[in-house]
Design a protein around this ligand. Sequence first.
Ligand code: URA
Length: 238
Amino acid sequence: MVRLNKYIADCGVCSRRAADKLIMDGAVSVNGKIVKELGVSVDETNDSVIVSGHKVEPVSRYRYIMFNKPKGCVCTVKDEKGRKTIFDYIDIKDVRLYPVGRLDYDTEGLILLTNDGSLAYKLTHPSQDIPKTYIVKVEGTVPENDLATLRNGIELDGIRLHKSKIKFLKMEDEDTLSRFEITIYEGRNRQVRRMFETIGKEVVFLKRVSVGDLKLGGLGRGLWRYLTDKEIELLKTY
Ligand code: URA
């Protein structure tokens, strides 16, 4: 529970003192009833507070962004080898954001960042099985039986991976490269590259295009954007 004037101030409407004046003027209702006394408390999660006809809600302390990581940078705050980091591209300095999971130095694509520690923890927990989809290119062609082996869930780091989905998309670069879409359900270190290594194929291009329901879409390389309220809600359903 929180005092009504503080709640209104936390919603970014005005100062606590100005909120007291609005309350005394009869401009504030709680759950449909006008409240004129000062000192009333409200339940931040369940009560509905209307100020001058508008429902007010606390401004979230949390930020959620999607970044299109280019290859050639690491997902840490500082790199001991002095390499570029994703934070060289993200001009948010007033809060400390953390990447949700990692993409390796040579991999590009969708990475989420947030200062909502509990959501980040939930999303990266091994029990979550969130699907992550990548575009992969390897040299030459890959025999169907090797693809079947990968789809079936190989063993990596002593654990058996989930089945993965692998779709051949097309040949590229004068038919020298095969392009696939792969969906995996874990986030083990260099997982896609190591999966292809087990069938003797080196990955020459790797880009993550979606995480759960979130899609990279047309976001340019090296650019970031805030998630929409809808996207944040979707993430919270995990
Ligand atoms: N698989 C990889 O090999 N690298 C990544 O960055 C992510 C998945």
